[in-house]
Design a protein. Structure first.
Lengths: 555, 680
């Protein structure tokens, strides 16, 4: 270990740091204004140092966290004159952001006049301007069509809000009220973190805390290396495919060549397909985050997810590919796609190295947004599909979780109450139950997706958009397990043939009484199906989880 | 002579307290009998009578009220030993409870399988029926489909049924019809109806709470009926009341009906005790800190009031009934210290429990626990533990702590001090998170230390939080049972407001008037005395999904601008909790809530102890580690009298607890004989 500090003080500081980010998360959850944050929890918190090293984070959305050091680099490069009371804001994917709707605030933490840390809050805004509501614009061919780009800017200058700037930001989004409310919550959480860290510095003295932080990162690195060194050495290959980019290209390949040697892991993504004209490209920061996420899933859950845990990991990628787009390309889908495929390709590759750790495929994201008028109030509404959560992958630990989510959210997105949704929107949730037969077969079965029949109780034509992937490629089976059923969404409209919805459509016409028949994907199975215990199959039958015939008869 | 008796059944001991109108207070402890808790209760009553110098029959005949905190429901849920439950629900929605709103606890743990729900899927029956969001019938209840489901339930052998249909909180018509039909077909089955248990919007919370109720109802009813019969047989003619999770008490029938509302019955007594302490010593802001062997319960009393929350869950099951806001942290005297692969010291959440217990118990425990660290540090006297009846094995503690020391390359004493530090940090963090959620500053609170292990840790936990005052009551070891004696009767009822746009003043008045009539009617059927009504509303800003519970007490109910005043309370509370208010933004009125409180007359409060007649002197001195080894005087709590003062460092020993007074802290013995410690 490089840093010298007594292990008790280190344990105490580590404990403090993690409780501080936890408190920031609690504050954020309770104060954020929009549904996407307070209900669906699409936000994350971290503490980074001025070298852009991740010191501590709260377990919210894994796909955010690995990206925050890159955002910190962008801030450090832009500003050399940070003062106490400054607040930095950014969202641009070509300046350390992941995609435009994820807005990040940074509050500097000083000790003895020296700037040492940042408290960071990243949160998904319900709108960020651009061509469609909610930023997911399948038609976009350049980033300017996706929304407002914010490079690192000072929102507060030495404690003073630059309200002219704030007004300009709020003017460029469709729901300024929510935007302001959520930003207040983000600032509140970041400031809370700053206050608590300042007290930590005051209590121990900055040098002690700094030494402790070094020691924490070193210890975490050691802990991670101890795990990795038990894996089999070798060069391993894994791949996963995007269904399409919505602009004519199909089966876009994400390729991972993973070299595991000793306690080091090198992930080379260079052989991935070229970039796309549409929003399925990844930004650089997001690609880094997705690789970190895959690695984090394979090591132990208890290991702190800080920079130390990522030191054994080296990432190689090529600009101009689907995983690292050239400046100006649209990227909004990237936090889910190709993130999900990146994780899958890497886990698949490493399944030959650490089979007991490699879990079968979790699901991909397939979203729908509906914009229309509520006949009960005459007011317009916008609704986002968070229901019908897809299935999780099975693993050596057992069957997968049902109705739980995607690789990038893993049980962190709450879909909320259907009763509340029916009060607030002219929608009738006729059915919302497990989709039997959707989980991939295997020694351990994949978790189930959900069957949702959603009826529009509108009186005028409404418009729908979709964004996502995974209607062709189901979550992958692992080590002999079978793939989960892919997503399958249809539009049922009286007098028309049922129409299968594609994952990247804009301006879908939805007539009063139309039914969206949503069948979300099940997770992948783990291990050969013939190894599944007879009792487990019997339980599945009793519970109606695998009865495909019944499902087909009912749909 | 007329007695009142409080009985708190804990995991290890059943505590009993009796008071009479002269203010005399007598305690007894008796081993708990988990298989049938009523046996331990009856044995405890024997012991109590013995200490009162009367026969049990005479004591019970002279007892007008017996207040009981029970862990029957808690244990059934924790140990998964409740009834076999079936669910009747809306067709197409039978997986709500297993979907858990799409959430999973640990983000980076992708290899642990999902927990099994209390009601497996084959026991969840969908029934053809549907209400609209405004409560109108969309699809009438289909008799054939209902009968099919009932046939399935009959066949399954379920002992209890939860009935929960979508939007039933607005209109229970289908649930009532289904219950009627169930009663005809299966007259012996226990039934929990969601529109009765929790008539509120949000189906996951409602169905989960109703299922928990169905799961524990048969066992709670059986137990309470049995206990009541035993008491009657033994000569008891008074009223038996059960403490509910919200801190009020209710008659046996009500506690059985709402059995899910008894899961925090025991700790709720501790809160009542805390509130009573706050009253007696005149401190309105108190953190009750109850540290035991495996866990520490913490809560807050702010402005003399305990706060209620509907966010609770137990054993992974969501229970959305309002209960006292008590956080249980896995940290206690038995918490095990370990060193992980990064050589970081962790203390808990694993506990050595009472078997094998800490290494020093000599029951085969090898792991170093917090208690072992306390022995090594000299805080606990190995020979005087439990009044010398259970000497501790100091060498075993040292050997256990040495293993930690070796793994971390530290000396024995450094390792022990580290364990002590980490456990205190865990508990301080728990308190800090709680104060954050409640929007209050811990520094203005006093710490109320009770439970066997609290006295050794209170000082440092207080210092972590910059709390300046610690109170150690003499009743510390039976605080819950003692507190139960001051519980009031309480009946809560709520209703969700449905409607687009802002609620009107007339709607508010009508909503509350209806609830009030119902609540007062129920309370009258239990009780003749004074009834006080508490009103509150759960509200949120437009798009938020978390509601805040805002007290409406003291509002002018006839004011023309009633709604403005209600919303103003909401803005103020939001700002208190979350640092900002968004005046001008839409405020949504979600749930109206009423509590009818039947105020029970109090008996003479804690009798004053005789004042000190001289200075107090220590009985002994021993070496304790306070940053360095020091000779520390040891006092017996029994020797301390009101008016005595002493300065830390000091150790104060009683039969069931030890209090560590840090260097510079000052102890004053208050008129009740309690320790009032001010920290430096």
């Amino acid at each position: 270990m490089s840093a010298k500090i007594d292990p008790i003080t280190r344990s105490v500081v580590q404990h403090r740091l993690s409780s501080i980010v936890k408190e920031m998360g609690e504050a954020m959850l309770r104060t954020s204004y929009s549904q996407i944050l307070n209900s669906s929890r699409d936000f994350s918190l971290a503490i980074c140092d001025t070298d852009a090293r991740l010191i501590a984070q709260a377990d919210h959305l894994p796909v955010h966290v690995g990206a925050l050091p890159w955002a910190t680099i962008a801030v450090e490069e832009r500003f050399k004159d940070i003062k106490p009371g400054d607040v930095i804001l950014l969202n641009d994917p070509y300046h350390g952001g992941s995609h435009l709707p994820d807005v990040t605030v940074f509050v500097p933490v000083f000790a003895d006049g020296k700037r040492l840390l940042w408290t960071i809050v990243r949160a998904h805004q319900s709108d960020i301007g651009g061509g469609t509501h909610g930023a997911y614009n399948p038609a976009a061919t350049e980033i300017w069509q996706e929304g407002l780009r914010i490079p690192p800017i000072k929102l507060y200058d030495a404690g003073k809000l630059r309200d002219d700037l704030f007004d300009m930001l709020a003017l460029n989004v469709r729901n300024p009220r929510e935007f302001r409310g959520d930003l207040s919550a983000m600032l509140g959480a970041a400031n809370l973190g700053e206050r608590r860290l300042s007290r930590l510095f005051a209590e121990f003295g900055a040098p002690v805390v700094e030494t402790a932080m070094e020691a924490i990162l070193d210890a975490t690195e050691q802990q991670t290396r101890a795990v990795v060194s038990t894996w089999k050495d070798g060069v391993f290959h894994g791949e996963a495919f995007l269904d399409d980019d919505g602009h004519g290209r199909s089966d876009i390949r994400i390729a991972a060549k993973v070299t595991k040697k000793g306690s080091d892991v090198e992930v080379d993504l260079s052989e991935s397909d070229p970039q796309s004209t549409s929003f399925v490209n990844s930004s650089h920061a997001n690609m880094q985050a997705a690789v970190a996420m895959a690695f984090a899933y394979l090591i132990d859950a208890e290991i702190p997810k800080n920079t130390g845990a990522l030191r054994p990991l080296k990432v190689i990628a090529k600009q101009g590919t689907i995983v690292w787009a050239d400046p100006g390309r649209p990227v909004t889908l990237c936090t889910s796609h190709p993130s999900n495929e990146l994780v899958e390709a890497i886990v698949k590759a490493l399944s030959a190295s650490c089979p007991d750790r490699a879990m079968a495929g979790w699901s991909r994201r397939f979203r729908i947004a509906i914009q229309g008028e509520d006949p009960r109030s005459g007011k317009s509404f916008i609704w986002h599909l968070f229901q019908a959560r897809p299935g999780g992958g099975a693993s050596s630990g057992g069957d997968g979780w049902s109705s739980i989510g995607e690789w990038h959210s893993v049980g962190g997105l709450k879909f909320g109450s259907l009763e509340v949704a029916e009060v607030r929107f002219p929608l009738h949730f006729r059915t919302h139950e497990f989709r039997s037969g959707s989980g991939g077969d295997g020694q351990f079965r994949g978790g189930l997706g959900v069957s949702l029949d959603l009826v529009l109780e509108t009186e005028k034509i409404a418009k729908g958009n979709t964004a996502g992937d995974g209607a062709r490629h189901g979550p992958c089976g692992m080590l002999g397990g079978e793939d989960g059923q892919p997503h399958h969404y249809r539009l049922l409209s009286e007098g028309c043939e049922p129409r299968v919805l594609r994952t990247k459509e804009v301006g879908i016409e939805l007539r009063p009484g139309d039914c969206l028949e949503v069948r979300s994907s099940g997770g992948g199975g783990w291990g050969p199906p013939e190894k599944r215990l007879a009792e487990a199959r019997q339980r599945d039958r009793e519970q109606g989880l695998t009865d495909v015939a019944a499902e087909q008869a009912s749909s | 002579m007329m007695f009142r008796i409080g009985v708190d059944v804990g995991g290890t001991y059943t505590d009993l307290v009796a008071t009479d109108e002269s203010g005399r207070t007598v305690f007894a402890k008796s081993p708990s009998t988990p298989a049938d808790q009523s046996l331990g209760v009856m044995a405890g009553l024997d012991e109590l009578a013995r200490r009162l110098n009367v026969s049990r029959a005479d004591m019970l005949a002279a007892t007008d009220r017996l207040v009981h905190g029970t862990t029957v429901a808690t244990n059934a849920l924790l140990e998964r030993k409740g009834a076999k439950v079936a669910l009747l629900t809306t067709e197409g929605h039978r997986d709500v409870v297993e979907m858990r709103e799409g959430l999973k606890p640990d983000r980076y743990d992708l290899r642990s399988p999902p927990p099994a729900p209390l009601v497996p899927r084959e026991l969840r029956f969908g029934v053809k029926e549907r209400l609209r969001a405004n409560g109108e019938v969309m699809i009438p209840l289909d008799a054939t489909s209902l009968d099919d489901a009932i046939a399935g339930i009959r066949q399954s052998g379920a002992a209890s049924v939860a009935v929960c249909f979508l939007h039933s909180y607005l209109n229970p018509v289908h649930e009532l019809a289904a219950v009627e039909r169930l009663r005809q077909a299966l007259p012996d089955i226990s039934i929990s109806r969601s529109s009765d248990v929790l008539p509120q919007i949000k189906e996951y919370e409602r169905v989960s709470t109703t299922i928990v109720n169905a799961y524990v109802e048969p066992i709670v009813r059986r137990y309470l009926t049995n206990l009541e019969a035993r008491l009657t047989e033994a000569g008891f003619k008074g009223s038996l009341f059960v403490v509910l999770s919200h801190g009020g008490m209710a008659p046996v029938e009500e506690a059985s009906r709402l059995a899910a509302g008894t899961v925090l019955s025991g700790p709720a007594g501790g809160m009542s005790g805390g509130r009573r302490c706050a009253d007696l010593i005149g401190i309105a802001d108190l953190v009750p800190f109850d540290m035991g062997g495996t866990s520490t319960d913490i809560s807050l009393i702010a402005g003399g009031q305990a706060s209620l929350s509907a966010d609770g869950s137990l054993a992974g099951q969501r229970i959305a009934l309002r209960s006292l806001d008590i956080a249980s942290i896995a940290a206690g005297g038995g918490s095990i210290a370990s060193v992980d692969t990064s050589r970081t010291l962790c203390v808990g959440p694993e506990s050595a429990g009472s078997v094998p217990g800490p290494a020093c118990y000599g029951n085969g425990g090898q792991a170093a626990t917090v208690t072992d660290a306390n022995v090594v540090l000299g805080y606990l006297d190995a020979t005087a533990f439990m009044g010398g009846r259970r000497p501790l094995d100091r060498a075993a503690s040292e050997a256990a702590v040495d293993r930690i020391a070796k793994a971390m390359d530290l000396s024995r004493i450094e390792a022990a001090a580290g364990i002590y530090r980490m456990i205190n940090l865990n508990m301080a963090d728990g308190i800090r998170l709680m104060t954050l959620r409640r929007g209050v500053d811990p520094r203005k609170f006093a710490l109320l230390s009770f439970g066997g292990a609290a006295g050794l840790h209170a000082a440092e936990v207080a210092r972590e939080l910059e709390i300046k005052r610690i109170i150690v009551p003499t009743v510390a070891s039976v605080l819950s049972a003692w507190g139960m004696l001051t519980s009031d009767l309480r009946y809560e009822i709520s209703r969700t407001h449905y409607g687009a746009g802002r609620i009107s003043a007339d709607e508010v008045r009508e909503l509350f008037a209806g609830l009030e009539q119902q609540a007062v009617g129920r309370m009258r059927s239990w009780f003749n005395g004074n009834i006080v009504i508490e009103r509150s509303a759960e509200m949120r800003y437009g798009e938020q999904i978390f509601e805040i519970d805002v007290s409406l007490d003291g509002l002018d109910w006839n004011a023309a601008d009633l709604v403005d005043r209600i919303e103003d309370r909401f803005h103020v509370r939001h700002e208190e909790l979350y640092t900002y208010a968004s005046r001008g933004q839409e405020v949504v009125f979600v749930n109206a809530r009423i509590a009818a409180v039947g105020e029970v007359p109090r008996q003479n409060e804690g009798a004053r102890e005789a004042a000190a007649s001289g200075a107090c002197s220590p009985r002994a001195a021993r070496q304790a580690f306070l940053g360095g080894w020091r000779e520390v005087p040891v006092y017996a709590l029994d020797d301390l009298r009101p008016g005595h003062t002493l300065n830390g460092p000091a150790i104060i020993e009683a039969e069931t607890t030890t209090v560590l007074v840090d260097t510079g802290d000052r102890v004053t013995v208050n008129p009740l004989g309690w320790l009032d410690i001010s920290s430096r």
